[in-house]
Write a protein of this length. Structure first.
Length: 137
């Protein structure tokens, strides 16, 4: 068996960074769908009051599950990237799709205002790096 070290390194890097991006989205899920009504949580999203948080609770709940679904797809893809043949191809496809969606969501979040740029960066950069690494792997 011939090993191509740069390709293997790229694949391992892609799996690590994609896992980080997915785990961040699991954290987003926990904040948005589990812990939303805590002032320390909704305050991170620029929500000033308990009443405002209650008003958008169902939207945050839904958004959290969207983030969890993306994370799940990327994590399944990461596992499949360790396989060969069609399983590898399916894994690569899942990671590319999931991290592309995460990256686009980060861009959209950044476009909503300056106050969201830090959160958008946290969402965008790991996903975009994982996307590039996975395509290159």
């Amino acid at each position: 068996m011939v090993h191509n070290l740069p390709e293997e390194f790229m694949l391992i890097a892609a799996q690590i960074v994609a896992t980080v991006a997915a785990l961040l989205h699991v954290v987003f899920f926990v904040f948005e769908s589990v812990l939303w009504m805590r002032p320390s949580v909704y305050g991170r999203f620029g929500i000033a009051s308990h009443e405002e948080a209650a008003t958008i609770r169902s939207m945050a709940y839904n958004q959290g599950f969207y983030n969890l679904a993306l994370a799940g797809g990327v994590l399944v893809g990461v596992v499949l990237l360790a396989q060969s043949g069609s399983a590898f191809t399916a894994g690569k496809t899942a990671v590319i799709f999931g991290t592309a969606c995460m990256s686009i969501a980060g861009i959209v979040l950044a476009s909503t205002g300056r106050s969201y740029r830090r959160a958008a960066s946290l969402q965008f950069f790991p996903a975009a790096l994982a996307l590039v690494l996975t395509i290159a792997a």
